[in-house]
Design a protein around this ligand. Structure first.
Ligand code: C2E
Ligand code: CA
Ligand code: CA
Length: 250
């Protein structure tokens, strides 16, 4: 047991160090098919000075959740994102993990950064996935309602890949639905995408298609009324300075 405890202490120390010293926030631009201009961006964590394709944000997030360090990551991402919103006046979406969407501290943290940079809260979006609220729906709903009352937007991320209970869409106040990239290929999947876009339109939700890599995929989405695309076709996630250059080139 003591070997295990020592091992865990080592992991926590290493992770703490990575988060404090080496975490960077990249921004992936999103494109509006309605207005034919940039729509906003999603904030995604990366490691500083590390172009390695082996870095998996999901693994860091999972470990941070396990060792109670997720709040630290969210604070860094929210601080960077709200600062970027202040400097660019362009929307930024931030991913919120499972443990945090049911954490009462989340509201205070969000308020802190909106106030710190005195930004328009509607330029900030929080992205959550179904797995995150399904285990504790009541607590998640309470938090989501509070976040909405601050004027912040909510996106349902990775729609379609897990349970996709339609009941949640009517019970929670979402503004955006993000369609997972696994639906962009294959005839049957395309039929599903068309139906999701139709449903979202009727519910006044904006659809964002993720992982758009080709002109064909973009055209298909445009022809079927999808409002926003995100993916390598428009831009990969960019470090802050490159992101600013990207905006200025538009
Ligand atoms: P996600 O929220 O679904 O983020 C979209 C993922 O798709 C990102 O992976 C992005 O780099 C990738 N992507 C974007 N365009 C394309 C494309 O055209 N093709 C392909 N193949 N992939 C594309 P990434 O950066 O590896 O992040 C993985 C996941 O890690 C995210 O999935 C999100 O769940 C989590 N994550 C990343 N940053 C954060 C964070 O700050 N907080 C939390 N809680 N989770 C985060
Ligand atoms: Ca996301
Ligand atoms: Ca996603």
């Amino acid at each position: 047991m003591s070997i295990k405890t020592n091992k865990n202490i080592n992991i926590v120390n290493k992770l703490n160090n990575i988060i404090s010293e080496n975490l960077d926030v990249y921004f992936q631009p999103q494109y509006s098919l309605k207005t034919n201009e940039m729509f906003g961006a999603e904030a995604l964590i990366r490691l500083k000075n590390n172009d390695s394709k082996t870095f998996q944000p999901k693994k860091i997030i999972q470990s941070a959740e396990k060792f109670n360090l997720i709040e630290k990551i969210s604070e860094i991402v929210l601080d960077n994102s709200c600062k970027t919103i202040k400097q660019t006046c362009i929307k930024v979406s931030v991913n919120i993990s499972a443990t945090q969407i049911i954490d009462e501290n989340l509201i205070e943290i969000i308020q802190k950064y909106i106030k710190k940079y005195s930004i328009d809260p509607s330029l900030l979006t929080l992205e959550i996935t179904e797995t995150e609220f399904i285990s504790n729906f009541k607590k998640a709903k309470k938090n989501i309602d509070k976040i909405k009352s601050l004027g912040v937007m909510i996106a349902l991320d990775d729609f379609g890949i897990k349970y996709s209970s339609l009941a949640y869409i009517s019970k929670l106040q979402f503004d955006y639905i993000k369609i997972d990239r696994s639906f962009l290929n294959g005839k049957k999947n395309k039929t599903i995408v068309i139906s999701v876009i139709e449903m979202a339109k009727k519910l006044n939700l904006i659809t964002v298609a993720e992982g758009v890599e080709t002109l064909n995929q973009m055209k298909f989405l445009e022809n079927n009324g999808c409002q926003v695309i995100q993916g390598y076709y428009y831009s990969k996630p960019l470090p802050y300075e490159e992101y600013l250059r990207f905006i200025n080139s538009k």
